[in-house]
Design a protein around this ligand. Structure first.
Ligand code: UD1
Ligand code: UDP
Length: 354
């Protein structure tokens, strides 16, 4: 009988990074691959599922507006537990460091179902940054029996913790997804034109800064600082800034309050995955606190400033393509100035037909 593997995920980045793996699982007759979406995200998850044509076999509906971590985790734990009881998988597969990944791993462990962790071993060493994700990923790695580390550095982190799971270095599934999307957009002028048409009207003679930001540990002062930095850049330079704003109200409120009304800042809704990749292709510089985006941009040759104090993804920093700049407005603005002065103003990769 085929092994029944249940992949459980609930947010935008998990769907994107699990997509290449789900394709592989579906192609293997010895595996019965089932997908459970917890609905930790709603619209943003649906956008990602759509981009990859993923149709979950099971859909839970964990999200509530402005959810608290404990409220979310308790809904996740009970709904995932019911699902495990009903489906009785041979193995559960989770990705990364979200509340969904942590709750699914605990629920499976407590039902004695083996857990595999994709993107195991990322660490900052600081439980407060990112918060709560550093705790989530450690918990998953403690209970996981198969730890898929994306890089040798992640493997070393796991070895240092003397964990029980078997470690396999796999590479980064998010980069697999990205390479596929980048090549697809690069080779299809009609697709490229359609994606461009869905983006704000951009001037290819002006440098484009792409911004994303959503980390919980930055809420409050950190986010106001990030917005002050973006406003400072918009005032000082003839650039265009595009910011697809995350749907979390704790992000949207300060962003709208502090960044509306600038003619060169485009605040837009979260983009579909291909639209976002296209925007990265056109960017001169990426400014982000996102885990996924800080890996993706360097992979397609774009420099990144990471608006956090510390990163669990040292590889891009080691190549010189990424810099950790924190959230202090002056530091961010200075770093942006340096970067923009050192890259050619036009055109950039992807802006013109290959
Ligand atoms: C979550 C993850 C974070 C990940 C991020 C990716 C946790 C604790 N956080 O953070 O690790 O980096 O997703 O984006 O697991 N919302 C919507 N629609 C959506 C998505 C979110 O309205 O499609 C709003 C809701 O009001 C929701 C709030 O955003 O309550 C927060 O969502 P949540 O998943 O708790 O946190 P994120 O900040 O998205
Ligand atoms: N992304 C997207 N649309 C957007 C912004 C980002 O599809 O408007 C993709 C991006 O390419 C990356 C992922 O979403 O693969 C990152 O998600 P997010 O920043 O929300 O989460 P994190 O990676 O920080 O957990």
């Amino acid at each position: 009988m085929a092994d029944k593997i249940l992949s459980i995920f609930g947010t935008r980045p998990e769907a994107i990074k699990m997509a290449p793996l789900l394709r592989e699982l579906a192609a293997r007759p010895e595996i019965e691959s089932l997908v459970c979406s917890t609905g930790q995200h709603q619209q943003m998850l649906d956008q990602a599922l759509l981009a990859f044509g993923i149709l979950p076999d099971l859909r839970l509906s964990a999200m509530t507006p402005s959810q608290t971590l404990n409220g979310l985790c308790s809904r996740l734990l009970s709904s995932i537990d019911e699902t495990l009881a009903r489906i009785q998988p041979d193995r559960v597969l989770v990705h990364g460091d979200t509340s969904t990944a942590m709750a699914a791993a605990i629920a499976a462990f407590q039902r004695r179902i083996p857990v595999a962790h994709v993107e195991a071993g990322l660490r900052t060493g600081d439980l407060q940054r990112p918060w709560p994700e550093e705790m989530n990923r450690r918990v998953v790695d403690v209970v996981g029996d198969l730890l898929f580390a994306p890089t040798p550095a992640a493997r070393r982190n796991l070895l240092a913790e003397n964990l029980q799971g078997r470690i396999v270095v796999t590479g980064n599934t998010g980069i697999d997804a990205l390479m596929h999307a980048d090549a697809r957009i690069g080779s299809d002028p009609a697709l490229r034109a359609a994606l461009d048409a869905s983006l704000p009207e951009l001037d290819d003679q002006l440098q484009l800064i792409l911004v994303t930001g959503h980390r919980r540990e930055s809420f409050g002062k950190g986010f106001r600082d990030i917005c002050a930095a973006i406003a400072g850049i918009a005032r000082r330079r003839a650039v265009q800034i595009v910011y697809p704003v995350h749907l979390n109200p704790s992000v949207r409120h300060p962003v709208r309050q502090l960044l509306s009304g600038f003619s060169n800042i485009h605040l837009i809704e979260p983009l579909g995955y291909l639209e976002f990749v296209r925007l990265m292709q056109r960017a001169s510089l990426v400014l982000t606190d996102s885990g996924g985006v800080q890996e993706e941009a360097p992979a397609i040759g774009k420099r990144v400033l990471i608006m956090r104090e510390v990163t669990e993804r040292p590889e891009a920093v080691e190549t010189g393509m990424a810099r950790v700049v924190g959230t202090h407005p002056r530091h961010v603005v200075e770093a942006v100035e340096e970067e923009l002065n050192s890259v050619p103003s036009v055109p950039h990769r992807g802006a013109i037909s290959p």
